[in-house]
Design a protein around this ligand. Sequence first.
Ligand SMILES: Cc1cc2nc3c(=O)[nH]c(=O)nc-3n(C[C@H](O)[C@H](O)[C@H](O)COP(=O)(O)O)c2cc1C
Length: 255
Amino acid sequence: MILYFSGTNNSKYVAEALAELLGDRVTSIGLAHKKKETTFALGEGESLGIVCPVHGWNLPYIMDVFFNELTIDGYKGNYIYGVFTCGANDGLASKDLSKLLDKKGIKMNASFAIEMPDNYIPFYDVQPVDEQTKMLEAATQWVPQIAERIKAKENVILHTKKNPPKIFSSVVGKLMKMGMKYPNEFFVTDACISCGLCAANCPMSTITMTDGKPVWKGECTKCLKCVHYCPVAAIQMSKKTAKRGRYHHPHYPLP
Ligand SMILES: Cc1cc2nc3c(=O)[nH]c(=O)nc-3n(C[C@H](O)[C@H](O)[C@H](O)COP(=O)(O)O)c2cc1C
């Protein structure tokens, strides 16, 4: 079984590609969270993969929320692995997942990091399309190698080449994580066409449509699905994001 979370669908692509190579099944954590599905059962000898993006050198906030409620039935030392997609640095994501699993009495055996196009536009603009294409090609080639290692049930932790020193990801990452669950900075411009896609697709149900416009209230996981999948790029996080491009994995186009 592969449980995945994804904002702009890099992690969804990896989860689905792995499932195909491993003959496995995939479940979206975002959808499960919305449907309040909290119990999953592992079959005899079945492996469990957790695939998600890296947020602030850690796991996205929704993973904490999901794991708080999660029950995994049937675990008898099954092979457990994490796969993290990130712009460049996976930081402490592996450690974070290992801790969440430990609390459930589950041991993580392996984790793998994959560099993919960066979607954090409050900090940087999206990469040029040719650079994105190169990264996606490299990621597509890396996935079968990860699948082979999973099939072989390797015990290994593989970080990206550019991973920063631990002290950096723990101090800066933890500070960043503190502000990560509040949707304060989101706003919508007059370009909004009131299509409601942002509200329908929000994995944390943070967005509601009020008078035809999105309103962010409550906790948020900052996946930026609303920002990148808005068909008219009307959703912003700052003045800077108005001038920046939008990204989503090309395998999952705008509706
Ligand atoms: C809030 C946020 C924080 C991020 N932090 C990091 C980070 O610490 N390191 C990194 O390499 N990429 C970071 N990224 C980039 C994403 O990890 C990367 O683009 C990922 O592949 C997106 O996956 P998704 O399409 O499945 O959502 C961040 C993205 C977001 C939205």
